[in-house]
Design a binder for this molecule. Sequence first.
Ligand SMILES: [Zn+2]
Ligand SMILES: [Zn+2]
Length: 281
Amino acid sequence: MLKIQPYSYHNHTVFSDGHNTLEEMVAAAKKIGFTEMGVSDHLIVHKNMKRDVSWPMLRGCDAPHVYNDDFKSILDAYKYHCEHIRRVARKENFKLYVGFEVDYFPYDGWLEEFKWFVSQLDYDYLQTGNHFFCEENCTDIINMTFFKKVCPDTSLYKEYVRRHFEVMRQAVETGMFKFLAHIDYVRKYGPEVYDIDDFAAEKDRIIDALLRTGTAMEISTKGLRKIGDFYPDDKLITKAADKGVTFIVSDDAHKTEELGADFDKAEAVLAKHHITKILKF
Ligand SMILES: [Zn+2]
Ligand SMILES: [Zn+2]
């Protein structure tokens, strides 16, 4: 079934907000014919995470290291997680890559701390995917999921999204990430937050940064599950493909049933756009 890309590098386990254990995900990956898999649980550390107005809503969900305000305090948990993936790969005789989906925050000092943190880990790759809107200078953040609840002033939405695209570009510019996840994920919040024709210049700059740094753009089938269309929309895929960007298809699986979901449809998109540059570790 999966001719072009029988693997996925964007998957979650119970280590972050996934529903299944790593062992269950590996068993499912083998079953659907994946030849290898990347495990990329979240890494989201912001010094003022607990000042986020949606923090009381975040606190209850997921493991405590998923949303954190201090790199040092979560180091042991992440080290153990990396070792765990290596162990399972050996035991199951299946190629697993250790990755992380990183929310990039451009406030002073974040990048240095982040670089120190990952230098302590036995990992293979990083991908960037932002799930928070930033206030000016990113010293404060708001989780996108709860954004509308805590920010009823619709006149502010576009500015947050403009900043969001800018943050993604800055992340790509570091050259530290193998691919950019769900570039237009904000579509799921509706056209008053983001419409596909918004921020063309910002998106062009991201595409240029992807090309300059050799970072791939994700085509995510998660969009099909959320809004009935891929992330990114077809216009944005066309633009990036025409400029020669490398792509990667992702399922962004948070449970076993989502592994490889709609990859046949994604492969049809790759074929339609004559995309041949596909990320492969
Ligand atoms: Zn994500
Ligand atoms: Zn994800």
